[in-house]
Design a protein around this ligand. Structure first.
Ligand SMILES: Cc1cc2nc3c(=O)[nH]c(=O)nc-3n(C[C@H](O)[C@H](O)[C@H](O)COP(=O)(O)OP(=O)(O)OC[C@H]3O[C@@H](n4cnc5c(N)ncnc54)[C@H](O)[C@@H]3O)c2cc1C
Length: 472
């Protein structure tokens, strides 16, 4: 709900007195660019945006918002926007983007706005790598708060499993150093609980001695897509933990910028990242190459600093709608259900991705966190491009195949979702609930009631606080 001009004016005056960074109203130049990032569909309309330049700015913004009962949203890269909201205060963190690496302790301190690319570069200078994901443009903090399923996930687990300290501005406007020792409940909940517990101004994460990878992509043309998909599924059953793979069905447009062999083709892209030497890696993926000729085969040794080339995710802002589900298995019937609806020749071009899970993802971290559903075998995601100005009816038509694919996969779906891939209006309360086991969800809601009982931080993938129980 929008706050009236008479109510917002004193808020803005206080913010401008207390915050060093720009404080913008919707009519101010720069407001539109400050409030939109990668995702351009489903615009948000906060009453006021604070472009934080220091952690003190974040603290002041949260305190002022709390004093005036204004909900607080956080925007960094815009790769995981929450359901559409109107009103409240937006804290934009992209100018708070420092990264410090301590090579001796193999850790990085990452400020709220740093993209993975900055961490990869800083760590790479010391032969180290973070647990980053498919694209280095995603914000490291936002990604880690939601779990963080990375290129080397089967080898090292979730990024949230390797956080040492979180600097968090809680709903009372206090900055807290959150560790397993200082605030066990917040530490457990923040690693996997998204932005529900405050604004993170920085975090310390582990780095790993991975200067180079065995990795890249294999691309199969439409006639081989079904066979390659089945071969990949069979191969995953015995793949070692050192190798993490995913497959994507991608309908490439026939436009400049798409590599020539892929232009205008609907392909299967097998994405590979492994901590293996080239000879062992080639041996391990031989059954995938044996399927037949590839349009492109670019798997080999590459520096971790080039790891963005493995998935080649889009980098320019775009509008899209997504859905995702964890799966226990992928029998032929499940694969046919997917291919019939979104494979080559299907009426509705969608990007479909299936990630192979297992390995270290199954094991709880040394310090438990709320990341759930560790037993699932695969994670499936669907993405449909959607113009920023699509009407609700147009948007619904574009995402219709999502429901069809979900229905076709019901027998093999665990019913659970992955928090980080819940986006826009698809990140409603029920889908967020499905990202956790019932026990973890209850514990998250209780933690929320303790630290943010008014749900100040609700413009996110929200876990509402447990309702207070009556004293009688
Ligand atoms: C192309 C693409 C590739 C992706 N690849 C992966 C992947 O490989 N693995 C994976 O796990 N995820 C992946 N994601 C999902 C991504 O990690 C999540 O959507 C994540 O939330 C994005 O964080 P952000 O800060 O970049 O985005 P934003 O949209 O700016 O933020 C998303 C949400 O994160 C929370 N948040 C961000 N920063 C803070 C903060 N400082 N304090 C408190 N809350 C905060 C807020 O609730 C905010 O609404 C991908 C997304 C896209 C679009």
């Amino acid at each position: 709900m929008t706050t009236s001009t008479s109510a917002i004016t004193p808020v803005v005056a206080t913010l401008r007195a207390e915050v060093a960074g720009p404080v913008l109203l919707p009519e101010d130049p720069g407001f539109a660019t400050a409030t939109v990032g990668f995702q351009t569909y489903g615009p948000h309309r906060p009453d006021v945006a604070v472009l934080a330049t220091t952690t003190a700015d974040v603290r002041a913004a949260v305190r002022v918002a709390a004093d005036h009962d204004l909900p607080v949203a956080v925007l960094n890269s815009g790769h995981g926007v929450p359901p559409r909201y109107t009103g409240g205060l937006l804290v934009a963190t992209r100018d708070l983007a420092g990264v410090r690496v301590d090579p001796g302790r193999r850790v990085a301190w990452i400020e709220a706005g740093a993209p993975w690319s900055a961490v990869i570069e800083a760590a790479g200078a010391h032969g180290l790598a973070p647990l980053s994901g498919s694209t280095p443009h995603v914000g490291a903090v936002g990604y880690t708060l939601g779990g963080g399923l990375g290129l080397l996930a089967r080898r090292f687990g979730y990024a949230a499993d390797h956080v040492r300290e979180i600097e968090l501005v809680t709903a009372d406007g206090t900055t807290r150093s959150v560790t397993a020792r200082t605030h066990p409940d917040l530490f457990w909940a923040s690693r996997g609980g998204g932005g529900n517990f405050g604004v993170v101004t920085g975090m310390e994460v582990d780095l790993f001695p991975v200067p180079t990878l065995y990795g890249g992509g294999l691309f199969y043309d439409a006639p081989l897509v079904g066979e390659a998909l089945r071969a990949w599924r069979d191969w995953t059953s015995a793949a070692p933990e050192e190798i993490t793979t995913s497959v994507a069905l991608v309908p490439f447009p026939d436009v400049d910028g798409v590599p020539d062999p892929l232009r205008g083709r609907h392909v299967l892209h097998v994405r590979i990242a492994a901590t293996l030497d080239v000879a062992t890696g080639d041996e391990v993926i031989a059954p995938l190459r044996a399927v037949g000729p590839r349009l492109l085969d670019a798997v080999g040794e590459l520096p971790y600093t080039d790891s963005a080339t493995i998935c080649s995710d889009p980098t320019e802002p775009m509008g899209y709608q997504t859905t995702n589900l964890f799966l226990d298995g992928l029998p032929d019937q499940a694969l046919s259900g997917v291919l019939d609806r979104v494979g080559p020749g299907a009426p509705s071009p969608q990007v479909l991705e299936i990630r192979h899970l297992g390995g270290a993802l199954r094991r709880p971290p040394a310090e438990a966190n709320c990341v759930s559903h560790r037993d699932a075998e695969y994670l499936l995601g669907l993405t449909r491009r959607t113009p920023p100005d699509a009407t609700p009816e147009q948007a619904a038509a574009l995402r219709a195949p999502h429901a069809e694919v979900r229905a076709a996969l019901r027998p093999w779906s665990t019913g659970a979702s992955y928090l980080n891939f819940l986006d826009g209006d698809g990140a409603d309360t029920e889908r967020v609930r499905s990202a956790y086991t019932p026990e973890n969800y209850r514990r998250l809601a209780d933690t929320k009631a303790r630290w943010d009982p008014r749900n100040l931080f609700r413009h996110n993938r929200n876990v509402p606080p447990t309702a207070p129980t009556s004293p009688n």
